[in-house]
Ligand binder design. Structure first.
Ligand SMILES: [Mg+2]
Length: 168
């Protein structure tokens, strides 16, 4: 199993309908912390418009967060008008499987969007979903994430290098 994402973007706003259609993606599972909101709970500007544009194109959404803070996750979900599942235990498969079922989509048609390789990307890979990695929108991380970042950066660097070589 590869630790690489399929796509790597600065933030969610760079994910467009064309890309999703091209890869047969009909639904997106979204991470919350540092993907949709920063550690101060501030949402990335433009998120609501981005969701609505993709919704209009028929893309389904579900939030899958590892956070155990229900109220925080619920609030984000309400603002965006999409269902949520919190305390998701990513990269374990159970949360992804449950959400896929609720979305009524085959795993191959689901993109997983998140800022962490060790939870979002690996979880997606294990479930045969399409991993889309984004850069964390905030500078701050909780301690456990901070420990993982240097390892992630190494994998991201390798991935970028590999992609660069493929283009040559
Ligand atoms: Mg995250």
């Amino acid at each position: 199993m590869t630790l690489y994402p399929e796509q790597y973007f600065k933030n969610i706003l760079e994910i467009d309908v064309e890309l999703l259609k091209k890869h047969g993606i009909e639904g997106l599972i979204l991470d919350v912390d540092n993907t949709l909101i920063d550690l101060d709970k501030k949402m990335l500007p433009g998120t609501v418009e981005w969701i609505n544009t993709l919704k209009q194109a028929g893309i389904k959404f579900y939030i899958l967060s590892n956070s155990n803070k229900k109220e925080k996750v619920k609030k984000v979900a309400e603002v965006l008008g999409i269902p949520y599942f919190y305390f998701g235990m990513k990269p374990l498969k159970s949360g992804f499987k449950k959400v896929a079922k609720l979305m009524q989509l085959e795993h191959e048609k689901i993109g997983v969007v998140g800022d962490q390789i060790f939870t979002d990307v690996i979880g997606a890979r294990r479930c045969h979903m399409y991993p889309i990695l984004v850069q964390p929108i905030g500078e701050k991380d909780i301690w456990i994430t901070r420990i993982k970042r240097p390892f992630e950066q190494k994998i991201i660097d390798q991935f970028q290098k590999k992609k660069g070589e493929e283009k040559k």
